[in-house]
Structure formats: C-alpha cells, structure tokens
Design a protein around this ligand. Structure first.
Ligand code: FMN
Length: 221
C-alpha cells in the first residue's frame, strides 16, 4: 500500500471481526511506528498491549466505572471547556455522522448511550494498545506522541488491520494502570482499538468530512 492511500483511507473503525491479531503482527506494527520523529530523538512513547483475558477484565472494569457514573479522572483535558466555534460545530457534525450511520436519532438517549458504552470494550477489537508518556514531559513530547500514534494507525493498515484511537479508554487511567501494573509516573494518552475490520457493519460505512486546504492555509511569498 502506498503512503498516500494509507493516509487517505485510514478511518476510525468501530466494528471488528472475531479474528485474533498475531503478537508478531502487533510487534511489526510497533516496529514500524517507532520510526516516528521526535524532538532530539527523545522517543517519549510507551505502549501497553492488552489482549485476551486482561483486555476483557480491564474493559469490564472501565464499563463498570462508567455505569457507576464515576467521574472521569483523565490525566489531561482533551478539549477546551467551553469548546468554541468552529470546533464545536465540527464536533457536532462528527457525532451526527456516527449516529446517522447507525440510524440512531438525537432523542434516542438509550441507544446513544449503548453505542457510547461500546467504547469501553474497544468496539470488540481483539487488541488495545494503551499509549503512555512520562508524566513530567512537556508539550513538545506530546507533539511527538501524535506522530507516533498516527504511525501506528498507518502501519496497521500495511498489515491489513484497522484501528480507532480512543480517548474514552483514557477516562479512568487509574483503572488501566492498576490492571496493567503501570506506574503512576506514566500519563495515559489514549487507547487504540486494533483488529480486522468488519466491513459490513453499518458503523463502518461512513467517512467523516474534512475542511478544504484553502480554509486552513495561507500562502506567503
Ligand atoms: C486522540 C483521539 C481520541 C479519539 N477518541 C475517540 C473515542 O474515544 N471514541 C471514538 O469513537 N472515536 C474517537 N476518536 C476518533 C475521532 O472521532 C475520529 O478520528 C474523527 O472523527 C475523524 O474520523 P476518522 O478517524 O474516521 O478520519 C479519537 C480520535 C483521536 C485522534
């Protein structure tokens, strides 16, 4: 697969088939991803791979926390609060596209909640990659992490895998750290659901939109 189609055709995948991913394949994905650039080659990434019983127990614990209405204690704020335009509108459209593909109306709170809950099982992907960074690193290293995370998702495509980056899996980082025996010195950035795409699932039938180049680019010569 060439790099342009890997980038253009990657999309967040929210339904997977029941097929395991070989540990060697996961390792190969990470072996490619580690070639991401980072400031002064500091390579700030840490990855914890959760599969099998560990993944199931962890997902049950995350689901339990959400269902008990435990407030999220994520290690960082993902969004500005309040989030302003044009970002708020894009966020709204993103949700509308997802629930539209699933034919779930705005009023159907029960179905929307049921769909949201699937986050905590990583949409039944067989693998979750939990992405950590040393707590004392700065914004520059968080920039590096974005490149690493994108590399994972692109390398996955090269192995016939699809993915979904998930901040939802980082809402209860203490639960994740305790299940994976990870020190509190590591901040949890996100989880990445990884597996083979269920190509017929309605949730995988839509693409999110993007703003045109002219809307975010100015030329200076
Ligand atoms: C760091 C990060 C966290 C995300 N968290 C979630 C999440 O918790 N649940 C989810 O369904 N999608 C999540 N997404 C996916 C975004 O909604 C998705 O990337 C966006 O709508 C663009 O769609 P695309 O990935 O299909 O191109 C996340 C994306 C990123 C980059």
């Amino acid at each position: 697969m060439d790099v342009l189609s890997a980038i253009k055709n990657r999309k967040s995948t929210r339904a997977f088939i029941d097929k395991q991913v070989l540990p060697l394949t996961i390792s190969n994905v990470l072996d490619t991803a580690r070639w991401a650039p980072s400031g002064a080659n500091t390579q700030p990434w840490k990855v914890a791979v959760a599969t099998g019983g560990t993944k199931t127990n962890l997902c049950l614990a995350l689901t339990g926390a959400f269902e008990s209405s435990n407030p999220s204690n994520a290690d960082y704020n993902y969004y500005a609060n309040p989030i302003e335009e044009p970002y708020r509108d894009r966020q709204r459209r993103c949700g509308a596209a997802l629930y539209g593909a699933l034919d779930i109306s705005r009023q159907d709170k029960q179905q929307r909640r049921a769909q949201w809950l699937k986050n905590y099982f990583a949409f039944d992907a067989p693998v979750i990659l939990f992405i950590f960074i040393d707590r004392n690193l700065e914004k520059g290293s968080w920039v590096d992490m974005g490149m690493f995370i994108q590399n994972i998702m692109l390398a996955a495509r090269g192995h016939g895998l699809e993915s979904c980056p998930q901040a939802a899996l980082a809402e209860y980082p203490d639960i994740v750290r305790s299940h994976l025996s990870i020190t509190d010195k590591q901040s949890l950035i996100c989880g990445i659901a990884l597996g083979y795409c269920n190509t017929t699932a309605p949730v995988n039938q839509y693409r999110t939109e993007r703003e045109p180049v002219d809307s975010f680019t100015s030329w200076h010569s």
